[in-house]
Ligand binder design. Structure first.
Ligand code: ADP
Ligand code: MG
Length: 695
């Protein structure tokens, strides 16, 4: 249960004054949440100083001014194109308030003739007259004090005016209660941090541009709160995992030996190390929680299969869960022939199986006839039961969260968990994404891989790219062509994938070009993919869906349009899709000239290296963790207030403090413990609190 003291913060916007059912969803879009607490986390991006209160004659051209005026006259326009004017005055002169597309009756109510009003906005001189176009504030004189201030400004979306946003956030800030202090007194004193409530007020009440900086004491305190909540939650999950004693899982090695003999290659050193680490973890009477990180093509599948074979050797079960249908099938297609060669049967279970097949598969799993299974999240639905699940491998690709991870692990008692990811995570971020999860790095590529020839090509040389592609196609090669995601009507200049498909189809024939994008139905997507993988289509035009890891050995060219819009990690993932077969591969990064400084640096790095671990570090350096963490793709926690590139020092402190807290009061039972629970709820790490309850 959420502590009562937080109830008001978790109420929907609708409970705020001036927010109706029309405005609420618009504000929600701007702030990225629907609760009042989300408004508190919506940081101002700028400010407007409204403290200058000159007389009309003294108002400086171009400056923001807050002026007391008397309304003189309304001048309605003669045509719709002309603005509506309200003529005002004070003892020094006249001021026109100018409104385009005005609603006359509304203005008559706001600015009745003869009334005194405070108006605030940017002063313009137009011909001989002084005017304010669309004043930001028009209020009765009694409200002068609430207008003549330094006012924060916020990121907006269409339909929400600056004024509405500022007013709404202010109303939320006014609701922020005094919360019991959860921070260590000595730390607060050392850092000169204010209380939570004071910090929230300071965040939304900057008096100068300097106070918008992420390094103010208020912001650092709030960032620390968030990092502490994150670290505590991760530790609690981890401790929960550890507490549930696992059954040591050991096998006689027979299946693994046979697999090694059956493989057409020798394992890399990194693969062997990772497997040894996993096997050692499994043999312990604790549940394993290990991450295997490795670039696309680094050979994670064999590592996962070897781990699953330990379960099979022990007569128990192993499951591999992939984030998408396509990936699940692909894993299945890779694993099944290998497993069959050594006499082990593997099942496939996805949400799109026919109910009857699915039931049959479920029954075989429940009876324990089937030792290994590959699937999607359908694996952890309620109707799926395992006779004796010992190991869950989760191919994360950054699509699952802690909760899904746990859900599959709950399918058995003491299930060991192995997570694999193709996005190398910088060491600093590792901590906030996974806490102290153990990790194995596959930092050695299988031998014989030729680096992908990476070229930077300005977009205006598209025609040359077209002819080069033509030569590759007649050579029997397959081409990936990635266009940035189409977000309906947003960014008109975005090259639409459909348009590119038509352009390519025009040159090479319709049957040679397939298209996949996020709006397709799953079956349509599969059909398009199949045409590309096994059919006539030589070119697959895609939004970033292929990023998740389909394997097409015949693909030798990766074209990325508007490469300057992608992050390094994404570009790296995309490039990893080609060069998996025998033929030399090419990656063409098409960019809009001139690329910005960061984009240019990114593109240069892409040409310099194909080491995913180095690219991840550079990505962090170039983007700043704020941006990196903010993107859904990364799957890392989305911090609202913490920015690892600025608050990195706080992360280590938060981790140490979280450890200390758990060591001292592992029931979070004392007074501070209760305050810390409030902190976890405040940052919506409720999942961890629930675990904590169950012990
Ligand atoms: P990942 O899942 O890490 O992207 P995969 O496991 O799909 O990579 O492996 C990519 C390809 O490399 C597969 O065709 C696989 O058979 C092959 N492979 C894996 N390990 C080795 C190795 N040690 N030597 C040669 N080829 C390997
Ligand atoms: Mg893989």
């Amino acid at each position: 249960m959420r502590p009562q003291i937080l109830f008001s913060l978790f109420a929907p916007f609708l409970s705020l004054p001036g927010i109706g059912p029309k405005l609420a969803p618009l504000v929600a879009r701007a702030v990225g949440g629907e609760k009042i607490v989300d408004l508190l986390w919506h940081r101002p991006t700028g400010l407007v100083d409204r403290r200058a209160t000159p007389k009309i004659a003294a108002a400086a051209d171009g400056a923001i001014a807050t002026i007391v005026v008397t309304v003189d006259q309304h001048v309605a326009p003669r045509t719709r194109q002309l603005p509506y004017k309200v003529r005002c005055r004070d003892e020094t002169g006249f001021l026109n308030l100018v409104f385009f597309h005005a609603k006359a009756d509304w203005l008559a109510k706001q600015l009745p003739i003869g009334a005194q009003r405070v108006v605030s906005g940017r002063i313009e001189r137009y011909r001989d007259e002084i005017q304010i176009t669309h004043p930001d504030h028009v209020v009765p004189v009694e409200e002068m004090a609430s207008v003549a201030i330094v006012e924060p400004t916020y990121a907006l979306t269409t339909g929400v005016t600056a004024r509405v946003m500022a007013r709404t956030v202010r109303a939320a800030v006014d609701r922020a209660p005094d919360l019991p202090e959860w921070l260590d007194a000595a730390l607060m004193a050392r850092e000169a941090w204010p209380s939570w409530r004071a910090a929230i007020r300071a965040l939304h009440g900057p008096a100068s541009v300097a106070e918008l900086s992420p390094t103010t004491v208020a912001r650092r305190r709030l960032a620390y709160d968030e990092l502490l909540a994150n670290q505590l939650a991760l530790l609690l999950v981890r401790r929960h995992q550890r507490r549930q004693l696992g059954t040591p899982l050991t096998g006689d090695g027979s299946l693994r030996r046979r697999l090694l003999e059956a493989l057409p290659f020798a394992l890399t050193g990194a693969q062997r190390r990772a497997i040894d680490e996993i096997v050692a973890d499994l043999a312990l009477p604790q549940r394993m929680l290990r991450l295997v990180q490795g670039d696309v093509g680094s050979g994670k599948t064999v590592v996962a299969l070897m781990a699953m074979l330990v379960a099979a050797e022990a007569g128990r079960q192993g499951a591999l869960m992939a984030p998408t249908e396509i990936l699940a099938r692909q894993h299945y297609e890779t694993i099944r022939p290998l497993a069959e060669r050594i006499g082990v049967e593997v099942g496939l279970l996805t949400g799109r199986d026919k109910p009857r097949e699915r039931r049959a598969m479920g029954e075989r799993l429940a009876r324990g006839e089937l030792k290994l299974v590959v699937g999607t999240h359908a694996l952890f639905q309620d109707d799926v039961e395992f006779a004796d699940l010992a190991l869950a491998v989760i191919d994360e690709q950054h699509r699952f969260g802690v909760h899904q991870r746990l859900a599959l692990a709950e399918k058995g008692t003491g299930v060991h968990v192995l997570v694999t990811t193709a996005t190398p995570i910088p060491r600093t971020l590792m901590l906030c994404a996974y806490g102290d999860m153990d990790s194995s790095r596959l930092d050695e590529k299988p031998p014989g891989r030729k680096p992908v020839d990476t070229r930077l090509v300005p977009l205006d040389r598209l025609d040359e790219v077209g002819s080069a592609i033509g030569r590759r196609i007649s050579n029997g090669d397959k081409i990936f062509w990635v266009c940035p995601l189409v977000e309906e009507s947003e960014a008109v200049d975005l090259a639409a994938a459909t348009e590119r498909q038509l352009w390519l189809a025009h040159q090479f024939g319709e049957e040679r070009v397939a298209l996949v994008h996020g709006k397709l139905k799953p079956a349509e997507k599969d059909a398009a993919m199949t045409r590309f993988v096994d059919g006539d289509a030589a070119i697959l035009v895609a939004t970033t869906v292929i990023e998740v890891g389909v394997d097409v050995p015949a693909a030798t060219v990766m074209v990325v349009e508007h490469a300057e819009r992608f992050g390094l990690a994404q570009l790296h993932q995309l490039r990893g899709r080609v060069g998996r077969g025998q033929k030399p591969a090419t990656c063409l990064l098409l960019y809009q000239t001139p690329p910005g400084e960061t984009a240019a640096a990114r593109l240069r790095i892409m040409r310099e290296t194909d080491d995913g671990f180095r690219i991840a570090e550079e990505d962090l350096r170039l983007r700043g963790a704020g941006e990196l963490l903010g993107t859904r793709q990364s799957g890392l926690p989305e911090f609202r207030l913490a920015d690892i590139s600025v608050h990195g020092d706080l992360l280590a402190i938060a981790r140490d403090e979280a450890k200390l807290i758990i060591e001292r009061d592992d029931g979070l039972s004392g007074e501070r413990g209760a305050a810390l629970r409030t902190l976890l709820y405040l940052f919506e790490r409720d999942g961890a609190v629930a675990l904590f309850r169950s012990g």
